[in-house]
Design a protein around this ligand. Structure first.
Ligand SMILES: Nc1nc2c(ncn2[C@@H]2O[C@H](COP(=O)(O)OP(=O)(O)OP(=O)(O)O)[C@@H](O)[C@H]2O)c(=O)[nH]1
Ligand SMILES: [Mg+2]
Length: 386
Protein backbone atom coordinates (compact mmCIF):
# COMPACT_ATOMS: atom_id res chain seq x y z
CA UNK A 1 0.00 0.00 0.00
CA UNK A 2 2.84 2.38 1.09
CA UNK A 3 4.87 1.43 -2.04
CA UNK A 4 1.87 2.15 -4.30
CA UNK A 5 1.31 5.56 -2.69
CA UNK A 6 5.01 6.43 -3.15
CA UNK A 7 4.89 5.33 -6.82
CA UNK A 8 1.83 7.49 -7.50
CA UNK A 9 3.55 10.45 -5.82
CA UNK A 10 6.66 10.06 -8.01
CA UNK A 11 4.52 9.84 -11.19
CA UNK A 12 2.64 12.98 -10.18
CA UNK A 13 5.93 14.88 -9.69
CA UNK A 14 7.19 13.75 -13.13
CA UNK A 15 3.89 14.79 -14.77
CA UNK A 16 4.07 18.20 -13.10
CA UNK A 17 7.62 18.67 -14.38
CA UNK A 18 6.58 17.74 -17.98
CA UNK A 19 3.62 20.13 -17.88
CA UNK A 20 5.80 23.09 -16.71
CA UNK A 21 8.48 22.26 -19.35
CA UNK A 22 5.74 22.16 -22.03
CA UNK A 23 4.38 25.57 -21.06
CA UNK A 24 7.88 26.97 -20.92
CA UNK A 25 8.50 25.70 -24.50
CA UNK A 26 5.24 27.24 -25.80
CA UNK A 27 5.86 30.68 -24.24
CA UNK A 28 9.42 30.76 -25.61
CA UNK A 29 8.12 29.71 -29.07
CA UNK A 30 5.50 32.41 -29.06
CA UNK A 31 8.24 35.01 -29.21
CA UNK A 32 9.60 33.54 -32.46
CA UNK A 33 7.03 34.07 -35.22
CA UNK A 34 8.22 31.39 -37.67
CA UNK A 35 8.12 28.65 -35.07
CA UNK A 36 4.71 29.87 -33.88
CA UNK A 37 3.28 29.33 -37.38
CA UNK A 38 4.72 25.80 -37.55
CA UNK A 39 3.41 25.07 -34.10
CA UNK A 40 -0.13 26.12 -35.10
CA UNK A 41 -0.02 23.97 -38.24
CA UNK A 42 1.13 21.01 -36.17
CA UNK A 43 -1.75 21.61 -33.73
CA UNK A 44 -4.32 21.67 -36.55
CA UNK A 45 -2.87 18.44 -38.02
CA UNK A 46 -3.09 16.70 -34.62
CA UNK A 47 -6.74 17.82 -34.19
CA UNK A 48 -7.61 16.54 -37.67
CA UNK A 49 -6.03 13.15 -36.95
CA UNK A 50 -7.98 12.83 -33.67
CA UNK A 51 -11.24 13.79 -35.44
CA UNK A 52 -10.68 11.28 -38.29
CA UNK A 53 -9.85 8.52 -35.84
CA UNK A 54 -13.02 9.18 -33.83
CA UNK A 55 -15.18 9.38 -36.95
CA UNK A 56 -14.02 6.13 -38.54
CA UNK A 57 -14.11 4.45 -35.13
CA UNK A 58 -17.76 5.38 -34.48
CA UNK A 59 -18.82 4.37 -37.97
CA UNK A 60 -17.15 1.03 -37.56
CA UNK A 61 -18.78 0.56 -34.17
CA UNK A 62 -22.27 1.32 -35.48
CA UNK A 63 -21.78 -1.02 -38.44
CA UNK A 64 -20.64 -3.76 -36.14
CA UNK A 65 -23.58 -3.39 -33.81
CA UNK A 66 -26.15 -2.69 -36.46
CA UNK A 67 -27.57 0.00 -34.23
CA UNK A 68 -28.60 3.55 -34.90
CA UNK A 69 -27.49 4.86 -31.54
CA UNK A 70 -24.18 6.15 -32.96
CA UNK A 71 -25.91 8.00 -35.77
CA UNK A 72 -26.09 11.72 -35.89
CA UNK A 73 -28.85 12.05 -38.49
CA UNK A 74 -32.33 10.60 -38.45
CA UNK A 75 -32.55 8.94 -41.81
CA UNK A 76 -32.19 5.24 -42.52
CA UNK A 77 -29.11 4.20 -44.41
CA UNK A 78 -29.17 0.53 -45.30
CA UNK A 79 -25.39 0.22 -45.52
CA UNK A 80 -25.06 1.49 -41.93
CA UNK A 81 -27.77 -0.72 -40.50
CA UNK A 82 -26.71 -4.29 -40.95
CA UNK A 83 -28.67 -6.62 -38.70
CA UNK A 84 -27.36 -9.94 -37.56
CA UNK A 85 -30.43 -11.88 -38.65
CA UNK A 86 -29.01 -15.33 -37.96
CA UNK A 87 -29.06 -14.39 -34.26
CA UNK A 88 -32.86 -14.64 -34.26
CA UNK A 89 -35.10 -17.46 -35.30
CA UNK A 90 -37.33 -15.41 -37.60
CA UNK A 91 -40.27 -17.13 -39.31
CA UNK A 92 -39.25 -17.56 -42.98
CA UNK A 93 -40.97 -15.43 -45.62
CA UNK A 94 -43.74 -17.54 -47.20
CA UNK A 95 -44.06 -17.83 -50.99
CA UNK A 96 -47.35 -15.98 -50.59
CA UNK A 97 -49.86 -15.24 -47.82
CA UNK A 98 -52.56 -17.47 -49.30
CA UNK A 99 -55.01 -18.66 -46.61
CA UNK A 100 -52.75 -17.37 -43.90
CA UNK A 101 -53.37 -14.24 -41.90
CA UNK A 102 -51.67 -15.43 -38.74
CA UNK A 103 -48.23 -14.22 -37.72
CA UNK A 104 -45.39 -16.32 -36.32
CA UNK A 105 -44.56 -15.16 -32.81
CA UNK A 106 -41.42 -13.10 -32.33
CA UNK A 107 -40.24 -11.93 -28.94
CA UNK A 108 -40.26 -8.38 -27.65
CA UNK A 109 -36.45 -8.53 -27.83
CA UNK A 110 -36.60 -9.13 -31.60
CA UNK A 111 -39.01 -6.25 -32.15
CA UNK A 112 -36.75 -4.01 -30.10
CA UNK A 113 -33.68 -5.13 -32.06
CA UNK A 114 -35.26 -4.24 -35.40
CA UNK A 115 -36.75 -0.95 -34.25
CA UNK A 116 -33.96 0.55 -32.15
CA UNK A 117 -33.94 4.30 -32.75
CA UNK A 118 -32.68 7.49 -31.20
CA UNK A 119 -36.08 9.14 -31.55
CA UNK A 120 -34.83 12.62 -30.71
CA UNK A 121 -33.02 12.72 -34.08
CA UNK A 122 -36.29 12.25 -36.00
CA UNK A 123 -38.55 14.84 -34.51
CA UNK A 124 -37.73 18.12 -36.23
CA UNK A 125 -40.48 17.82 -38.82
CA UNK A 126 -43.96 19.25 -38.95
CA UNK A 127 -46.52 16.44 -39.26
CA UNK A 128 -50.21 16.66 -40.12
CA UNK A 129 -52.34 13.77 -38.85
CA UNK A 130 -55.39 13.19 -41.07
CA UNK A 131 -58.32 10.98 -40.09
CA UNK A 132 -61.49 10.47 -42.12
CA UNK A 133 -64.45 9.66 -39.86
CA UNK A 134 -67.95 8.36 -40.32
CA UNK A 135 -70.28 7.06 -37.59
CA UNK A 136 -67.21 7.07 -35.36
CA UNK A 137 -68.75 8.50 -32.19
CA UNK A 138 -67.90 5.34 -30.24
CA UNK A 139 -64.23 5.50 -31.32
CA UNK A 140 -63.44 9.06 -30.32
CA UNK A 141 -62.24 8.34 -26.78
CA UNK A 142 -59.81 5.56 -27.74
CA UNK A 143 -58.63 7.62 -30.71
CA UNK A 144 -57.77 10.60 -28.45
CA UNK A 145 -55.96 8.21 -26.07
CA UNK A 146 -53.96 6.88 -29.02
CA UNK A 147 -52.97 10.39 -30.13
CA UNK A 148 -51.97 11.26 -26.58
CA UNK A 149 -49.80 8.15 -26.40
CA UNK A 150 -47.62 9.35 -29.29
CA UNK A 151 -44.38 10.82 -28.03
CA UNK A 152 -43.66 13.57 -30.55
CA UNK A 153 -43.16 17.31 -29.91
CA UNK A 154 -46.69 18.68 -29.70
CA UNK A 155 -45.83 22.05 -31.26
CA UNK A 156 -44.90 20.24 -34.50
CA UNK A 157 -48.19 18.37 -34.84
CA UNK A 158 -51.44 19.36 -36.54
CA UNK A 159 -54.56 17.19 -36.79
CA UNK A 160 -57.69 17.28 -38.92
CA UNK A 161 -60.76 15.07 -38.97
CA UNK A 162 -62.81 14.83 -42.17
CA UNK A 163 -66.39 13.74 -41.48
CA UNK A 164 -69.33 13.13 -43.77
CA UNK A 165 -72.72 11.49 -43.68
CA UNK A 166 -72.69 10.29 -40.06
CA UNK A 167 -76.01 9.40 -38.52
CA UNK A 168 -74.70 9.49 -34.97
CA UNK A 169 -73.04 12.21 -32.91
CA UNK A 170 -69.64 11.91 -34.65
CA UNK A 171 -69.35 15.56 -35.67
CA UNK A 172 -69.99 16.96 -32.17
CA UNK A 173 -67.77 14.32 -30.53
CA UNK A 174 -64.98 15.00 -33.04
CA UNK A 175 -65.10 18.73 -32.21
CA UNK A 176 -64.73 17.93 -28.50
CA UNK A 177 -61.88 15.52 -29.33
CA UNK A 178 -60.15 18.17 -31.46
CA UNK A 179 -60.34 20.68 -28.59
CA UNK A 180 -58.89 18.12 -26.21
CA UNK A 181 -56.05 17.35 -28.62
CA UNK A 182 -55.37 21.05 -29.25
CA UNK A 183 -55.14 21.60 -25.50
CA UNK A 184 -52.20 19.20 -25.33
CA UNK A 185 -50.14 21.72 -27.32
CA UNK A 186 -50.86 20.84 -30.97
CA UNK A 187 -50.30 23.62 -33.54
CA UNK A 188 -53.92 23.14 -34.51
CA UNK A 189 -56.65 20.50 -34.41
CA UNK A 190 -59.85 20.91 -36.39
CA UNK A 191 -62.81 19.14 -37.92
CA UNK A 192 -64.08 19.41 -41.51
CA UNK A 193 -67.64 18.49 -42.31
CA UNK A 194 -67.20 17.29 -45.88
CA UNK A 195 -69.93 17.92 -48.39
CA UNK A 196 -70.09 14.44 -49.96
CA UNK A 197 -72.92 12.24 -51.12
CA UNK A 198 -73.10 8.76 -52.53
CA UNK A 199 -72.25 6.58 -49.56
CA UNK A 200 -74.24 3.38 -49.15
CA UNK A 201 -75.20 2.96 -45.53
CA UNK A 202 -75.80 -0.60 -44.46
CA UNK A 203 -74.52 -3.41 -42.26
CA UNK A 204 -70.78 -4.10 -41.96
CA UNK A 205 -71.27 -7.32 -43.97
CA UNK A 206 -73.06 -5.54 -46.80
CA UNK A 207 -70.55 -2.71 -46.97
CA UNK A 208 -67.65 -5.17 -47.07
CA UNK A 209 -69.19 -7.49 -49.66
CA UNK A 210 -66.97 -7.90 -52.71
CA UNK A 211 -69.52 -6.37 -55.05
CA UNK A 212 -69.71 -3.12 -53.03
CA UNK A 213 -66.01 -2.37 -52.85
CA UNK A 214 -65.87 -0.05 -55.85
CA UNK A 215 -68.48 2.23 -54.33
CA UNK A 216 -67.24 1.97 -50.73
CA UNK A 217 -63.58 2.54 -51.51
CA UNK A 218 -64.30 5.22 -54.11
CA UNK A 219 -66.26 7.18 -51.51
CA UNK A 220 -63.47 6.75 -48.99
CA UNK A 221 -60.95 8.01 -51.57
CA UNK A 222 -63.11 11.12 -52.15
CA UNK A 223 -63.26 11.78 -48.40
CA UNK A 224 -59.47 11.41 -48.05
CA UNK A 225 -58.74 13.67 -51.03
CA UNK A 226 -61.12 16.39 -49.91
CA UNK A 227 -59.73 16.28 -46.38
CA UNK A 228 -56.19 16.55 -47.76
CA UNK A 229 -57.14 19.50 -49.94
CA UNK A 230 -58.75 21.35 -47.04
CA UNK A 231 -56.22 20.59 -44.33
CA UNK A 232 -52.70 20.48 -45.80
CA UNK A 233 -50.71 23.67 -45.20
CA UNK A 234 -46.97 23.93 -44.56
CA UNK A 235 -46.43 20.46 -43.08
CA UNK A 236 -43.51 18.17 -44.05
CA UNK A 237 -45.39 14.89 -43.66
CA UNK A 238 -48.95 13.63 -43.61
CA UNK A 239 -49.76 10.75 -41.27
CA UNK A 240 -52.97 9.00 -42.29
CA UNK A 241 -54.41 7.33 -39.21
CA UNK A 242 -57.77 5.53 -39.20
CA UNK A 243 -60.18 6.25 -36.35
CA UNK A 244 -60.47 2.56 -35.45
CA UNK A 245 -56.80 2.19 -34.52
CA UNK A 246 -56.25 1.31 -30.88
CA UNK A 247 -52.55 1.23 -30.03
CA UNK A 248 -49.25 2.15 -31.62
CA UNK A 249 -45.66 2.39 -30.40
CA UNK A 250 -45.03 5.77 -28.79
CA UNK A 251 -42.33 6.53 -31.38
CA UNK A 252 -44.54 5.60 -34.35
CA UNK A 253 -44.02 8.94 -36.11
CA UNK A 254 -40.24 8.91 -35.63
CA UNK A 255 -40.04 5.29 -36.86
CA UNK A 256 -41.90 6.21 -40.02
CA UNK A 257 -39.89 9.40 -40.66
CA UNK A 258 -36.68 7.44 -40.10
CA UNK A 259 -37.53 5.16 -43.05
CA UNK A 260 -36.96 8.20 -45.29
CA UNK A 261 -39.31 7.00 -48.03
CA UNK A 262 -42.11 8.80 -49.83
CA UNK A 263 -44.82 6.38 -48.69
CA UNK A 264 -44.39 4.29 -45.52
CA UNK A 265 -46.81 1.88 -43.89
CA UNK A 266 -46.65 0.23 -40.46
CA UNK A 267 -47.90 -3.35 -39.84
CA UNK A 268 -51.58 -3.26 -38.96
CA UNK A 269 -52.55 -6.22 -36.77
CA UNK A 270 -55.25 -7.39 -34.41
CA UNK A 271 -55.52 -9.99 -31.65
CA UNK A 272 -58.25 -12.52 -32.26
CA UNK A 273 -60.56 -14.00 -29.59
CA UNK A 274 -57.93 -16.60 -28.69
CA UNK A 275 -55.19 -13.99 -28.28
CA UNK A 276 -53.52 -14.92 -31.57
CA UNK A 277 -51.86 -12.15 -33.61
CA UNK A 278 -53.36 -11.76 -37.06
CA UNK A 279 -52.97 -9.46 -40.05
CA UNK A 280 -55.73 -6.84 -40.09
CA UNK A 281 -54.72 -4.66 -42.96
CA UNK A 282 -54.60 -6.91 -46.00
CA UNK A 283 -54.14 -3.90 -48.27
CA UNK A 284 -50.46 -3.65 -47.37
CA UNK A 285 -48.76 -6.24 -49.54
CA UNK A 286 -45.98 -7.08 -51.94
CA UNK A 287 -46.63 -8.46 -55.39
CA UNK A 288 -45.08 -11.83 -56.30
CA UNK A 289 -44.35 -13.33 -59.71
CA UNK A 290 -47.47 -15.46 -59.28
CA UNK A 291 -49.69 -12.51 -58.31
CA UNK A 292 -48.53 -10.45 -61.28
CA UNK A 293 -49.02 -13.41 -63.58
CA UNK A 294 -52.57 -13.84 -62.28
CA UNK A 295 -53.38 -10.19 -63.04
CA UNK A 296 -52.15 -10.34 -66.60
CA UNK A 297 -55.30 -11.89 -68.00
CA UNK A 298 -57.70 -9.50 -66.26
CA UNK A 299 -59.56 -6.82 -68.23
CA UNK A 300 -58.29 -3.25 -67.72
CA UNK A 301 -61.54 -2.19 -66.03
CA UNK A 302 -61.42 -4.99 -63.44
CA UNK A 303 -61.12 -3.80 -59.83
CA UNK A 304 -58.61 -5.78 -57.79
CA UNK A 305 -59.28 -5.69 -54.05
CA UNK A 306 -57.17 -7.70 -51.65
CA UNK A 307 -58.67 -10.13 -49.15
CA UNK A 308 -61.39 -11.54 -51.40
CA UNK A 309 -59.64 -14.50 -52.99
CA UNK A 310 -56.29 -16.11 -53.73
CA UNK A 311 -54.22 -13.12 -54.88
CA UNK A 312 -50.85 -14.83 -54.22
CA UNK A 313 -49.41 -11.66 -52.68
CA UNK A 314 -47.42 -11.44 -49.43
CA UNK A 315 -48.75 -9.35 -46.54
CA UNK A 316 -46.33 -6.95 -44.87
CA UNK A 317 -46.04 -8.77 -41.48
CA UNK A 318 -45.01 -11.94 -43.35
CA UNK A 319 -41.93 -10.12 -44.68
CA UNK A 320 -40.27 -10.05 -41.26
CA UNK A 321 -38.22 -13.10 -42.25
CA UNK A 322 -36.15 -10.88 -44.55
CA UNK A 323 -34.53 -9.53 -41.39
CA UNK A 324 -34.74 -5.93 -42.52
CA UNK A 325 -36.10 -2.92 -40.78
CA UNK A 326 -37.84 -1.55 -43.86
CA UNK A 327 -38.95 -3.54 -46.88
CA UNK A 328 -40.24 -2.59 -50.34
CA UNK A 329 -43.96 -3.19 -50.87
CA UNK A 330 -46.50 -2.53 -53.63
CA UNK A 331 -49.83 -1.92 -51.89
CA UNK A 332 -50.78 0.08 -48.79
CA UNK A 333 -53.78 0.41 -46.48
CA UNK A 334 -54.90 3.41 -44.46
CA UNK A 335 -54.42 2.18 -40.86
CA UNK A 336 -51.20 4.07 -40.40
CA UNK A 337 -49.59 5.57 -43.45
CA UNK A 338 -46.93 8.29 -43.63
CA UNK A 339 -46.60 10.25 -46.86
CA UNK A 340 -44.15 13.04 -47.64
CA UNK A 341 -46.29 16.17 -48.02
CA UNK A 342 -44.25 17.09 -51.07
CA UNK A 343 -45.50 13.96 -52.88
CA UNK A 344 -49.09 14.94 -52.13
CA UNK A 345 -48.40 18.49 -53.32
CA UNK A 346 -47.01 17.11 -56.56
CA UNK A 347 -50.25 15.26 -57.22
CA UNK A 348 -50.10 11.95 -55.35
CA UNK A 349 -53.65 11.21 -54.16
CA UNK A 350 -56.16 8.42 -53.56
CA UNK A 351 -57.61 7.30 -56.91
CA UNK A 352 -61.40 7.62 -56.85
CA UNK A 353 -61.62 5.59 -60.05
CA UNK A 354 -59.48 2.67 -61.13
CA UNK A 355 -55.79 3.33 -61.42
CA UNK A 356 -53.95 0.27 -62.76
CA UNK A 357 -56.99 -1.78 -61.61
CA UNK A 358 -56.76 -0.47 -58.03
CA UNK A 359 -58.53 2.17 -55.99
CA UNK A 360 -58.11 4.32 -52.84
CA UNK A 361 -55.06 3.41 -50.69
CA UNK A 362 -53.95 0.51 -52.89
CA UNK A 363 -54.48 2.77 -55.89
CA UNK A 364 -52.32 5.40 -54.19
CA UNK A 365 -49.45 2.91 -53.87
CA UNK A 366 -49.74 2.07 -57.57
CA UNK A 367 -49.84 5.77 -58.43
CA UNK A 368 -46.83 6.48 -56.19
CA UNK A 369 -44.77 3.89 -58.06
CA UNK A 370 -45.97 5.25 -61.38
CA UNK A 371 -44.79 8.73 -60.30
CA UNK A 372 -41.41 7.33 -59.26
CA UNK A 373 -41.97 7.51 -55.51
CA UNK A 374 -40.73 4.90 -53.04
CA UNK A 375 -43.24 2.70 -51.20
CA UNK A 376 -42.02 0.81 -48.13
CA UNK A 377 -43.33 -1.04 -45.09
CA UNK A 378 -42.11 -1.49 -41.52
CA UNK A 379 -42.68 -5.16 -40.68
CA UNK A 380 -41.58 -4.77 -37.05
CA UNK A 381 -43.57 -1.62 -36.23
CA UNK A 382 -46.96 -2.85 -35.08
CA UNK A 383 -50.13 -0.81 -34.83
CA UNK A 384 -53.30 -2.46 -33.59
CA UNK A 385 -56.74 -2.18 -35.15
CA UNK A 386 -59.85 -2.50 -32.97
N1 LIG B 1 -65.35 10.81 -44.08
C1 LIG B 1 -65.59 9.49 -44.13
N2 LIG B 1 -64.84 8.64 -43.44
C2 LIG B 1 -65.13 7.31 -43.51
C3 LIG B 1 -66.19 6.81 -44.27
N3 LIG B 1 -66.23 5.47 -44.11
C4 LIG B 1 -65.22 5.17 -43.26
N4 LIG B 1 -64.55 6.27 -42.89
C5 LIG B 1 -63.36 6.39 -42.03
O1 LIG B 1 -62.27 5.96 -42.82
C6 LIG B 1 -61.37 5.17 -42.06
C7 LIG B 1 -61.31 3.77 -42.67
O2 LIG B 1 -62.60 3.23 -42.69
P1 LIG B 1 -62.91 1.74 -42.21
O3 LIG B 1 -64.40 1.57 -42.24
O4 LIG B 1 -62.21 1.48 -40.94
O5 LIG B 1 -62.27 0.94 -43.40
P2 LIG B 1 -61.49 -0.41 -43.33
O6 LIG B 1 -60.41 -0.32 -42.28
O7 LIG B 1 -61.12 -0.70 -44.72
O8 LIG B 1 -62.61 -1.40 -42.88
P3 LIG B 1 -62.92 -2.05 -41.46
O9 LIG B 1 -62.51 -3.46 -41.65
O10 LIG B 1 -64.41 -1.90 -41.32
O11 LIG B 1 -62.17 -1.35 -40.41
C8 LIG B 1 -61.89 5.21 -40.64
O12 LIG B 1 -61.23 6.24 -39.96
C9 LIG B 1 -63.38 5.51 -40.81
O13 LIG B 1 -63.91 6.19 -39.70
C10 LIG B 1 -66.99 7.76 -45.00
O14 LIG B 1 -67.94 7.43 -45.68
N5 LIG B 1 -66.65 9.07 -44.89
MG1 LIG C 1 -60.72 0.10 -40.25
Amino acid sequence: MLRRTLNVGVYLLYTLQYVTDFFHMITSMCFRRRQLKEFCLLGIAVCLCIYLYEWTGSNHASKKRGLTSMKTTCFYNESQEIFNTSKWNLPPVPKNSLNNDTIGQVSFEVIEYFTVLNRTLCQDFVVLILTPIHNSEHEMKSYVDLIKSLDYPRHLLSLSFGEDGSRDNTLAKARIAADEIKATGFRRADVYHLNLTGRTEDSWGFEHARGNQLQRRSHLAKARNLLLKEALRDEDYVLWLDSDMRTAPSDLIQQMIHADKDVVSASCLFKDGRGKLRVYDKNTWRETTESLQKQKGLPKGHLIVEGYGPSMRIYLPHLRGEGKRIVPIDGVGGCSLLIKAESHRKGLHFPEKLFERHIETEGLAKMAKYMGYSVYGLPFVNVFHS
